[in-house]
Design a protein around this ligand. Structure first.
Ligand code: SF4
Length: 210
């Protein structure tokens, strides 16, 4: 584990590495990171369901039944805050029938209906959206490879998964290398707070973007 601790998070060295990349553009990536749906803490799924009436108008008519939004309950993963989790279901991708998307991905603009509904109802954009989605392609890991709880959650790049390798990597090549955490400054600030993000910039010696 990295020795660098900021605002209760251990910062993984992966985020400090330099890479010639910039953030993806929705017009090019078409929300590839939403292809498989997402695992969601059970309590967060219940919160989304409690706000179903806000979200339904922003989905195609055939996706508005909340009973179709989530898969089965799992109760065996201490990596989730409640220890229980479920997954969002998937539907055929209208862009490519050989692929799928999360049921909440709007086919007309490739935006997340949960986020669109939150903004349209005067709520912060991240208030209902699964935290994992808000943070991606970063991730906060609470347990190690053996399932043991870490002393500090680890903030790292979620690049060791099949979705990342299939284009859900939220990046484009560019000419200038920069620390990976700078590419995703907004996501870092979501986890650490803006002051935590700035403390990370000061540690590395780069000017903050936020
Ligand atoms: S909940 Fe929203 S952001 Fe997360 S995978 Fe589904 S559509 Fe994408």
């Amino acid at each position: 584990m990295s020795a660098l601790i900021i605002n209760g998070y251990a910062i993984d060295d992966k985020l400090l590495q330099q890479a010639p990349i910039q953030r993806c553009r929705l017009s090019a990536c078409r929300a590839a990171c939403c292809a498989d749906g997402v695992w969601v803490d059970w309590d967060q799924a219940q919160r989304i369901l409690a706000h179903a009436a806000l979200i339904q108008p922003f989905l195609p008519a055939e996706r508005r039944d909340p009973q179709t939004w989530f898969a089965e309950l799992h109760d065996d993963d201490p990596g989730f805050p409640s220890g229980r989790y479920t997954g969002t279901t998937t539907v055929p991708d209208l862009d490519d029938p050989l692929k799928t998307t999360c049921i909440f991905l709007r086919p007309e603009d490739r935006l997340c209906a949960i986020q669109v509904a939150s903004v349209a109802n005067g709520l912060p954009p991240w208030s209902l959206k699964p935290f994992y989605c808000c943070l991606y392609p970063l991730v906060d890991e609470h347990t190690d490879a053996n399932g043991e709880r870490l002393p500090y959650p680890r903030l790292t790049l979620d690049d060791e998964n099949d979705l990342f390798a299939r284009g859900g990597d939220c990046r484009e090549a560019c000419a200038v290398a920069q620390p990976i955490f700078q590419v995703y400054a907004e996501e870092v600030a979501l986890a650490l707070g803006v002051e935590g993000y700035r403390a990370l910039c000061a540690h590395v010696g780069v000017a903050p973007r936020l």
